[in-house]
Design a protein around this ligand. Structure first.
Ligand code: SF4
Ligand code: SF4
Length: 224
């Protein structure tokens, strides 16, 4: 899932700046699971903003709504007849959701309330760990399911480096060496040949936004 964290409140106050009537829009998917931008968090933030503005004698009219998913156009439709009359939209979605919302309502300022941090997994209540950096050249098939981009301090596609030490990474004894983990996993599976397979360095020259179109995809009529 996409993991994020709420922006510092001072930054939120600055972003909202002069606006007097705003709609705070939550997202019911990833950011709700990581307890950052779902219905509950939207209500909490709206209450905090309301209180702060009252205390500073600059009252704000703030409403809240949470949609199923902000990175999917069909779930934004419910907002079409709701945004009129607001000075700005606040959004608690990840960066992708913010952009879709801003695209749908280009006349209205759309302000992010959340910093998107990474694609991760849930390790415990309130503990999320990065596991993918969407590198677009996934090597998990040859690394025994251990991601060297996120788990290795140097994001080495071919490792280990010279700093590996009895299974630990040179940056800290608390940090397992990703390539040691890869070695152990492949050994368990009888696939150690994989560790000598060379992965070419990632191509960085093409920096246009990446897209993937699934076979059989047809543009909806509304977008043709
Ligand atoms: S190698 Fe790691 S960063 Fe790249 S796509 Fe696979 S899991 Fe994501
Ligand atoms: S010691 Fe292991 S995890 Fe640390 S940077 Fe080197 S290869 Fe990566």
């Amino acid at each position: 899932m996409i993991v994020g964290k709420r922006k510092p409140f001072e930054e939120i106050k600055d972003l909202i700046g002069p606006y007097k009537k705003v709609l705070n829009v939550g997202c019911g998917t990833c950011v709700a699971v990581c307890l950052v931008g779902g219905e509950k968090e939207v209500d909490v933030l709206s209450a905090e903003i309301d209180m702060a503005r009252r205390l500073s004698k600059e009252p704000i009219d703030i409403d809240s709504i949470t949609v199923e998913r902000q990175c999917d156009r069909e779930y934004l439709e419910v907002l079409d007849d709701k945004v009129e009359g607001y000075d700005a939209l606040l959004t608690m979605a990840c960066g992708a959701g913010v952009q879709f919302l801003a695209e749908r309502f280009p006349e209205t300022p759309v302000l992010p309330m959340v910093d998107t941090t990474f694609i991760g997994v849930n390790q415990g209540v309130g503990w999320y760990e990065e596991r993918c950096r969407s590198c677009s050249s996934c090597v998990l098939g040859v690394t025994g399911g251990v991601c060297p981009v996120t788990m290795c301090a140097k994001s080495l596609y071919n490792g280990p480096c010279g700093g590996t030490n009895h299974g630990k990474c040179e940056i800290s004894d608390d940090q397992d060496c990703a390539w040691h983990m890869i070695y152990e996993r492949l050994e368990k599976q009888g696939r150690l040949d994989g560790i000598i397979a060379f992965t070419p360095a990632r191509e960085h020259e093409n920096q246009v936004p990446r897209t993937t179109i699934q076979p059989g995809y047809k543009k909806p009529e509304s977008e043709q």
